[in-house]
Write a protein that binds this ligand. Structure first.
Ligand SMILES: Nc1nc2c(ncn2[C@@H]2O[C@H](COP(=O)(O)OP(=O)(O)O)[C@@H](O)[C@H]2O)c(=O)[nH]1
Ligand SMILES: [Mg+2]
Length: 330
């Protein structure tokens, strides 16, 4: 038995191994989509330091992403979360290192860094070739997220000037796909009108049908202001409700506040806030993970059916479903 999202994950892995990863190239504009482009995905989009890595780590409940100033994510990271039976120890695997299990998540961070440098050199360029990482844990929901380089306004020293444009076209090439769910990360302590994530997602999804607005840094807003107008959909309306998040601050990270404590604090922030307690049931990273898993499941179901028409040679199988699980793939 295999979950539907697990099946999509295996197809995504196969695409990368066969050199089909969309890229910022022309394939997106050709009339026949590649298999990669037809598969459903959740893509994390936002400006630098908007909180993308923090949101991903909160969803996973683990500290494993490289951090630092400048453009840290320089290759797409396809992050597949796989829920295991209770009491199984968390571990991670990379597609490029088959059969090597990582239980030390600081080594996962190091491997992402090394693998990024291998493809991009140390001159901080970007590459469209994705890194595939799967995390197995009883504490995650089945979900696949793609982390992309943060949108930026200026190249820093040593980086080619074109990097600003290259990042934007890489992000655009991913979110153009009609089966892509856009996780548009916007920090609450910045004017929403200046949000890079919203600007770009509006371009490719003007009705906001596949965009999920995520508002980070709610704890850092100016005293006397709040984000209720955004979270209730009055300031900027999307088809799906906005989700507010409170991640760990830099001081929390420096003080090694663990993810369990951080989630608990996030929960308390919403439950006890005068401004947000009425919205507490649909705020926070745990809620966001469950919501995305559900949306991705239904999108995957529709997509696989369509793929079997578009790629009959590859999809020579019959599938029997029962409560979200694939019973038989023949
Ligand atoms: N206080 C607070 N700090 C946050 C929040 N989200 C992110 N940060 C901090 O903002 C900085 C940038 O976050 P990061 O996740 O690395 O952003 P990225 O560049 O978009 O991946 C880090 O120092 C985080 O600790 C939040 O909700 N509250
Ligand atoms: Mg980051």
């Amino acid at each position: 038995m295999e979950s539907l999202i697990g099946l999509v994950n295996r197809l995504q892995n196969a695409c990368t191994l066969l050199g089909d990863y969309g890229s910022a190239g022309d394939s997106v504009f050709s009339s026949v989509p590649t298999l990669w482009e037809s598969l459903p995905s959740v893509v994390v989009v936002g400006g630098q330091s908007s909180g993308k890595s923090s949101v991903l780590e909160s969803i996973v409940g683990r500290d494993f992403l490289p951090r630092g100033s400048g453009i840290v994510t320089r290759r797409p990271l396809v992050l597949q979360l796989h829920k295991t039976e209770p009491r199984v120890e968390d571990y991670a695997e990379f597609l490029h290192l088959p059969k090597q299990r990582f239980t030390d998540f600081s080594m996962v961070r190091k491997e992402i860094q090394d693998e990024t440098d291998k493809m991009t050199g140390t001159n901080r360029r970007i590459s469209p070739v994705p890194i595939h990482l799967t995390i197995y844990s009883p504490n995650v929901v089945n979900l696949t997220l793609i982390d992309l380089p943060g949108l930026t306004k200026v190249a820093i020293e040593g980086q080619p000037e074109a990097i600003v444009r290259d990042i934007e076209s890489m992000v655009r090439s991913y979110i153009l796909k009609p089966n892509c769910i856009i996780l548009a990360i916007t920090p609450a302590n910045q004017d929403i009108a200046t949000s890079d994530a919203i600007k770009l997602s509006k371009e490719v999804d003007p009705l906001g049908e596949r965009t999920f607005g995520v508002l980070t840094k709610l704890d850092l807003m100016d005293k006397g202001t709040n984000a209720v107008d955004i979270l209730e959909g009055r300031a900027y309306q999307l088809r799906h409700p906005w989700v507010g998040i409170v991640n760990r601050s830099q001081a929390d990270i420096n003080n090694k506040v663990d993810m369990v404590a951080a989630r608990q604090r996030e929960h308390e922030f919403f439950a006890t806030s005068l401004d947000y307690s009425h919205l507490a049931g649909r705020m926070g990273s745990e809620y966001l993970a469950k919501l995305l898993s559900k949306v991705l499941f239904f999108l995957s179901l529709g997509c696989l059916m369509k793929c079997s028409l578009l790629f009959p040679k590859i999809f020579q199988f019959r599938v029997q479903f029962s409560f979200g699980r694939i019973l038989h793939v023949i």
